[in-house]
Design a protein around this ligand. Structure first.
Ligand SMILES: [Zn+2]
Ligand SMILES: [Zn+2]
Length: 417
């Protein structure tokens, strides 16, 4: 078994033309598996990915990339120049989540953080694609820009890398790719044109009243009643103002005010999240939330509330031409039945930051669970663990191989001679 990768490399040296990405990845898989289990067992949370970044940097130098570390705090930029041609960005995220893993796997994390969003799958597939592309370098031309991004979970890492001059120091890419593991069957790939993730904005509102005795509401101004009216009325922005064919969500996830039953408090704090795909819907929801908050206070003749609507991640807008161009090679490699367009996810992702600099990009999803397990869950059987679950446990080999091969093919397709 240990000889396999060497044989694969020798074969690559002997005749790269005859090689395809799948064969190369099969050959190097044992090393990828070791990296995966090491990364999985040692997750680090947003902007603390120092061990992770050092490992990625070392692996990329071994493959022959020119590596710069500490771009955007803990980010890694790895370049591989292979003649004139396009500059292509391939992004992986590096951060784990601040939660305990409960998968029971022999290589489970025990350090209080967990790779329960599959960023370890992405990093390993990223390394696998880098190595495969270098092995097959006679088949493409241009420069690879592989980046290890910190802090995707806090939607801050892409901005940190761009603010640190990612495109100014290393060049503005002609294309950008990223993938995300998703609870689909392994061996399958999902994607779409246009929006594939949501705009995310946070709601932070403080309703102001005047505290007093619970038995004498006329001597006070009750912010609990104002906040309660807001929480109910704000949903009419969704049901009565937004185009019902368009996606949009307002969720109030926290409401804090008061201490005991017979005291009217001074203030009530309300927190929530707004999600949308299109910029027009986003603007409508932001304006609606603000207006309903002000109106709820005005109805009680209370002072205007402090309304903060904090911009989070923008929706990822996949480039239609790039998606169409990539779709063909993925279908050829994995079969029509395993490669399909899918609805956008309602979660947010900061890969949008690169695309919004004017770089045509494609973000796609790759499966991680056994097909029969996913099929049983779809028929109402035992549900599969979703991303961010403490039980999230991709099956490493088929998940990593699919992801690495799909990324290699997508990149080669835009760089082929
Ligand atoms: Zn996540
Ligand atoms: Zn993620």
């Amino acid at each position: 078994m240990k000889l396999l990768p060497i044989i694969a490399l020798l074969a690559a040296a002997a005749g790269a033309q005859a090689q395809d990405a799948g064969t190369v990845i099969n050959g190097i898989y044992p090393q990828l598996d070791a990296v995966y289990k090491d990364l999985h067992a040692h997750p680090e949370i947003a902007f603390q990915e120092t061990r992770t970044a050092a490992r990625l940097a070392a692996e990329m130098r071994k493959i022959g990339f020119e590596v710069t570390e500490k771009v955007g705090k803990t980010g890694v930029v790895a370049l591989y120049k292979n003649g004139p041609g396009p500059l292509v960005l391939v992004r992986t995220e590096m951060d784990g989540l601040p939660m305990d893993e409960k998968s029971g796997l022999p290589y489970a994390s025990k350090n209080g953080a967990a790779h329960s969003c599959g960023h370890d799958v992405h990093m390993t597939a990223w390394l696998g694609a880098a190595r495969t592309l270098v092995t097959l370098k006679s088949q493409w031309r241009g420069t690879l820009m592989f980046i290890g991004q910190p802090a995707e979970e806090t939607v801050a890492g892409a901005k940190a890398m761009l603010d640190d001059g990612l495109f100014k120091r290393f060049g503005k890419p002609d294309y950008a790719f990223a993938l995300h593991s998703w609870p689909l069957a392994y061996g399958t790939i999902g994607y779409n044109s246009g929006a594939v993730s949501s705009n995310s904005d946070a709601i932070e509102i403080t309703f102001k009243g005047r505290g007093g005795h619970g038995s004498a509401p006329d001597k006070a101004l009750d912010p609990i009643a104002i906040a309660a009216r807001f929480v109910v009325d704000v949903q009419t922005v969704i049901s009565r103002e937004k185009d019902p064919k368009e996606f949009g969500v307002v969720t109030i996830g926290a409401i804090h005010g008061g201490t005991v039953g017979n005291i009217i408090p001074d203030t009530v704090k309300v927190r929530g999240t707004i999600r949308s795909y299109s910029p027009a819907v986003r603007e409508k929801l932001l304006a609606g939330v603000r207006r309903v908050a002000n109106a709820a206070a005005a109805m009680a003749d209370a002072p205007a509330p402090d309304v903060e609507l904090i911009a989070g991640g923008a929706a990822i807008d996949n480039d239609d031409a790039l998606v169409t161009r990539t779709e063909g090679v993925l279908k050829k490699a994995f079969g029509d039945a395993n490669v399909a367009r899918m609805p956008a996810m309602t979660a947010s992702e900061d890969f949008s930051q690169y695309i919004n600099q004017g770089v045509p990009g494609m973000f796609f999803f790759t499966g991680v669970y056994a097909p029969d397990v996913v099929a049983a869950a779809d028929k109402g059987g035992k549900p599969v663990a979703f991303n961010h679950s403490p039980y999230y446990a991709p099956v490493p080999e088929p998940s990593i191989k699919t992801a690495a091969q799909a990324m290699t093919l997508a990149v080669m397709n835009v760089m082929s001679k």
